[in-house]
Design a protein around this ligand. Structure first.
Ligand code: 7RM
Length: 639
């Protein structure tokens, strides 16, 4: 069996085989990877507990698959091309040989600092090669990484460190984003006031921002590397892992106030990210692949680090932002490094589109052959702009639908092989069995229907549990529909059986492709001393996809409402991070509630969307007058 699908007929045949004989199919895929020992059983599962085990008894190390196994043939091929924030700083290239060397070195640093198989390590770094190196070094020795996105606050870091009982933190003095410098180490210092489990902090030099190094706890990355060098033996053999050993934890927002630690395991995650990367992007050996995500999110884990490297690809990593020094930066990078495959988010496409075509028209984008989109629904206008301006009408767009919990892409075009329609994720990849359900729990069969999107059958990349709380995993994903994995997304299956994701059906927002729970934002707003109660909903935002709209009952607030708004924003930034700051805050005297005290979010959503003429059924409201007041206030806020 070939790893890559070659034609539409091949896709259809492969898909059918994968559904009829899933275990045979996935064993065939797994055979394309390097196992120290083969598995005894391909799959053992039930969605009731849930119990999901892939390739049981198989022994491997994912870094041997991402690095060692390529060295003989691809040792001098660029594994990572790194483009800095400042275009005047030199870019860096790490070949597979060099990357392996650096990963082994840093793996030895981790060992010297007491880290062993099974220990949890928190990584809070900018988008520099050392972030990929740190991630791979953990995987090398069987330590479990928990990467925290550089935009999260000290409080968020502390919560994640404590939930996972991390022993070590890897950070840097600071990070560069456009013209800003963010003091990462100082944020970590604030977090660690609350964290008893952390014994050691390794600090990478990036910005030369002054930092306070605490004796006995904090060490410099560079000094630790020097120590390893003088110890003589730079090699670090890969730890042999069981297929179902934990590879990493990644926190993601849900409909409750507390983010969940999604757990992925070594074997299945490796097979799934490698397989989907090779297929969706139809990667060819000489191609340069550029994913603009941050490694702090699942897209970066799966499609900057593990997926591309396991396939021997050249993965381009970018430290900065698409709009600095100007809105042509991504196109400069494409031109400079002759990027063939570009994978980005609708929010970036929309903001660059809004900046005007002058930033793209004079760039040479002729290297581009394939495009990808991820993170949120892509609107038709952005899809067409991406197709025409970036792909010149010649590059298929893979609108990839998937979630942190899925490990990799589930529904997507296969570039150049299966059809595309603007705004549609199209067809399930081999091994993926989608099903739509109504609110009553009945499956909706046939075409030309909509419902809640579920998966009937496991795939190797799916989550195994939520860290430290298996019941929460069951409750969140496996309890809504019997024997189904529930995604939380609404979905249309059109007359031809093509899938279009319509957005979340739970209380999760998607702001610039970042997942944020409304309850999480409400909790943060409610921390502010002047706030009595709040309700947060999403509303359509031209660039971000969704904006955050907060209805707030403020107590004895400052006479200047705008100052109170700023205070609330500051509070949210402190508790979660700047990404969760409300775009709009409306002060209200009450919230629309049912007689049992439940906030009627449906009404607030309509008001936030500006759709006040038809609020639907309001007969169960405790106090209908409050709705009139909120409507009037919203009108005023819009101006
Ligand atoms: C990869 C990622 C997951 C949520 C998911 C959807 C939304 C992601 C698409 C999409 C429409 C897409 N993981 N989503 N991709 N919606 N079309 N192609 O983003 O865990 O952070 O978010 O994002 O609602 O449930 S995530």
């Amino acid at each position: 069996m070939d790893l890559q699908i070659k034609s539409f007929a091949d896709y259809q045949k492969t898909y059918q085989y994968s559904v009829e004989k899933p275990e045979e199919f996935w064993a065939g895929v797994a055979d394309h990877f390097y196992w120290r020992r083969k598995w005894n059983k391909v799959l053992d599962w039930n969605f009731k507990d849930p119990k999901i085990k892939w390739f049981e008894g198989g022994r491997l190390n994912i870094t041997e698959n991402c690095l060692d196994r390529h060295i003989y043939k691809l040792g001098d091929k660029p594994a990572i091309i790194w483009e800095p924030n400042d275009p005047n700083e030199a870019h860096r290239v790490l070949t597979y040989k060099q990357l392996l060397e650096k990963v082994e070195q840093f793996a030895n640093v981790l060992k010297n600092n007491g880290i062993r198989k099974g220990d949890r390590v928190c990584i809070y770094l900018p988008m520099v090669p050392e972030l990929a190196i740190a991630v791979l070094a953990c995987a090398r020795i069987g330590a479990i990484h928990s990467v925290v996105f550089g935009g999260f606050s000290a409080q968020s870091i502390a919560d994640r460190i404590n939930d996972a009982d991390c022993r070590l933190v890897i950070t840097s003095d600071g990070s560069f984003r456009g013209t800003k410098t963010i003091e990462l180490k100082s944020i970590v210092d604030d977090a660690l006031v609350q964290c008893k489990s952390v014994e050691r902090v390794i600090v990478l030099t990036r910005t030369r921002t002054p930092v306070s190094m605490i004796k006995g706890r904090d060490v410099w990355w560079e000094d630790e590397i020097t120590k390893v060098e003088t110890q003589g033996n730079p090699a670090c053999p890969a730890e042999e892992m069981d297929a179902e050993d934990m590879l990493f934890i990644l926190y993601t927002s849900g409909s409750t106030g507390k983010p969940k630690g999604v757990v992925h395991t070594c074997g299945g995650y490796m097979v799934y990210t490698g397989y989907t990367f090779a297929n969706v992007f139809q990667y060819q050996p000489s191609e340069v692949y550029f994913c603009t995500a941050d490694i702090g999110w699942i897209t970066g884990h799966s499609y900057i680090v593990y997926g591309p490297l396991s396939q021997g690809a050249t993965s381009l990593m970018f430290e900065g932002v698409p709009t600095w020094p100007d809105a042509g930066r991504l196109w400069d990078i494409v031109e400079k490094h002759k990027v063939n495959i570009l994978y980005t988010a609708p929010t970036a496409i929309r903001s660059l589109m809004a900046a005007g075509d002058s930033f793209v028209d004079n760039k040479d984008l002729s290297s581009i052959t394939k495009l990808g989109s991820v993170g949120e629904p892509i609107n038709e206008e952005a899809w067409h702009w991406y197709d025409e301006k970036i792909g010149k009408g010649n590059a298929p767009i893979a609108d990839t639908w998937w979630q942190t919990e899925n490990g990799g892409i589930l529904i997507s075009p296969i570039a150049g092989i299966t059809p595309t329609i603007p705004g549609y994720a199209m067809l399930p990849l081999p091994g993926i069995q989608p099903a739509l359900f109504d609110e009553q729990g009945n499956e909706i069969e046939g075409n030309g229907v909509s419902g809640n999107l579920c998966m009937k059958f496991p795939w190797p990349g799916m989550l195994r549990t939520t860290y430290g709380d298996h019941e929460r995993c069951r409750q969140t994903y496996f309890a809504t529909y019997e024997n189904m994995y529930f995604t939380g997304d609404g979905c249309l299956r059109d007359e031809n059986g093509y899938y279009r994701i319509t957005g979340r059906v739970d209380d999760v927002l998607n702001v610039s492709g970042h997942r944020i729970g409304t309850a999480e934002v409400e909790n943060a707003i409610n921390m502010h001393s002047d706030v009595v109660e709040s309700a947060v909903v999403g509303y359509p935002h031209a660039v971000k996809g969704q904006g955050i709209y907060a209805f707030v009952i403020a107590g004895n607030h400052h006479t200047d409402e705008n100052l109170t708004r700023q205070d609330i924003n500051k509070t949210v930034s402190r508790i979660i991070g700047a990404i969760a700051k409300p775009d709009k805050i409306q002060f209200v005297s009450g919230l629309p509630k049912t007689r049992s005290g439940k906030i009627m979010r449906r009404i607030l959503r309509k008001i936030a969307e500006g759709e006040v003429s038809n609020l639907g059924d309001t007969t169960t409201l405790l106090d209908p007058a409050v709705v009139e007041e909120i409507k009037a206030g919203a009108e005023q806020l819009r101006g």
